[in-house]
Design a protein around this ligand. Structure first.
Ligand SMILES: Nc1ncnc2c1ncn2[C@@H]1O[C@H](COP(=O)(O)OP(=O)(O)O)[C@@H](O)[C@H]1O
Ligand SMILES: [Mg+2]
Length: 318
């Protein structure tokens, strides 16, 4: 269980998070979706009792992160943005060391179970420095679940992983969600949609929206962009692209390049290429820019303006 009230953090004169309110229950995977600098890591550091908030309160697993930080740490597993792993330790030595740091009474058993949970049995004798990024992330997760915490806080758990590793880590997180409270951060919309039961959209230290993943798509409509490059004569290409189902807008950028806005989450690139090929166009390149989160957040904050008026209009001037 996580309960956050009016959580605020200043770094000097800079407000990194501003009056956050949210909760997460057991058996729930809550996503923190936001662009770089939104305040995700700051919030997570507070919830794991690594640093205190400037204002507001956070209760994690029933304990106050400031008043009862040791109790909180005992009940929280944390996968930081960059896991401080020791390259010259083996996986087993590292997890034994972490178990000792946590003064776990049944350390050996906890380490064995954690290794099994993240499927690291084959790599226990490997030096961490020799592991792939995906394997190291599993060691980070093993460390996070070592003490069987009630609450798991995972900061951008799939960043830098290859697609196969991403699939595997996401599946593991969903599994953890069954009997933990999980809060994870991501800047990837599709990731939030795939893993989370509920998503909080955070921008510039404010929660600008909260929704179920299946509703995010509609909310964020029009935000996904692809770029297509054609060779030769592009006469008529704009009309051809615009005629493909799922294309929202087409903008010719010159030199045969077109920027296309599509319905998010739909894979329509092949359909666009087919239509263009049929129309006799030569497609040189198709590039997905993904969802333009900055744009979404701007729009969400703007529509917020209308209802909240004064507070956000001041925010816009910054
Ligand atoms: N230790 C720090 N000192 C000063 N400013 C910081 C520090 N850590 C983060 N910030 C600032 O606080 C804001 C939120 O950062 P962060 O929580 O890291 O966001 P996110 O994890 O969503 O990318 C950013 O503007 C960032 O520059
Ligand atoms: Mg971060």
């Amino acid at each position: 269980m996580i309960q956050v009230t009016n959580l605020t953090k200043w770094y000097g004169l800079r407000k990194a998070i501003d009056g956050l309110n949210f909760h997460a229950k057991k058996g729930e995977i809550v996503g923190f979706l936001g662009p770089n600098g939104a305040g995700k890591t700051t919030t997570m550091r507070i919830l794991t009792a690594y640093m205190p908030p400037s204002e507001g309160r956070a209760i994690v697993a029933g304990y106050d992160v400031v008043e009862e930080s040791l109790e909180v740490r005992r009940r929280v597993g944390y996968l930081p943005e960059t896991v401080p792993l020791y390259a010259d330790m083996t996986v087993l030595d590292y997890l034994d060391f972490m178990a000792a740091m946590r003064h776990l009474p049944n350390a050996d058993q906890c380490v064995d179970e954690a290794i099994q949970r993240v499927n690291l049995e084959d790599r226990v004798e490997s030096y961490i420095g020799n592991l792939s990024k995906g394997m190291r992330q599993r060691v980070g997760l093993a460390q996070a679940v070592l003490h069987k915490p009630e609450v798991l806080i995972l900061d951008e758990p799939t960043i830098g992983l290859d697609p196969a590793q991403v699939v595997e880590i996401r599946a593991f997180i969903r599994e953890l969600g069954a009997d933990h409270t999980v809060l994870l951060s991501t800047h990837i919309l599709s990731e939030a949609q795939q893993i989370c039961n509920r998503v909080l959209i955070i921008n510039k230290g404010h929660i600008v929206a909260e929704d179920r993943p299946e509703n995010l798509q509609a909310r964020l409509a029009g935000a996904e962009r692809i770029t297509i490059e054609l060779a030769g004569d592009t006469e008529g290409a704009e009309t051809t692209i615009a005629g493909v189902k799922g294309v929202l807008t087409v903008e010719p950028m010159g030199n045969g390049v077109f920027e296309i806005e599509i319905t998010p989450g739909k894979e329509i690139r092949p359909a666009i290429v087919r239509a263009l090929t049929r129309a006799g166009q030569d497609v040189v390149e198709v590039h997905s820019q993904g969802v333009d989160l900055e744009q979404i957040f701007l729009e969400l904050t703007r529509s917020d303006d209308k209802s909240k008026g004064k507070r956000t209009s001041r925010q816009q001037k910054e």
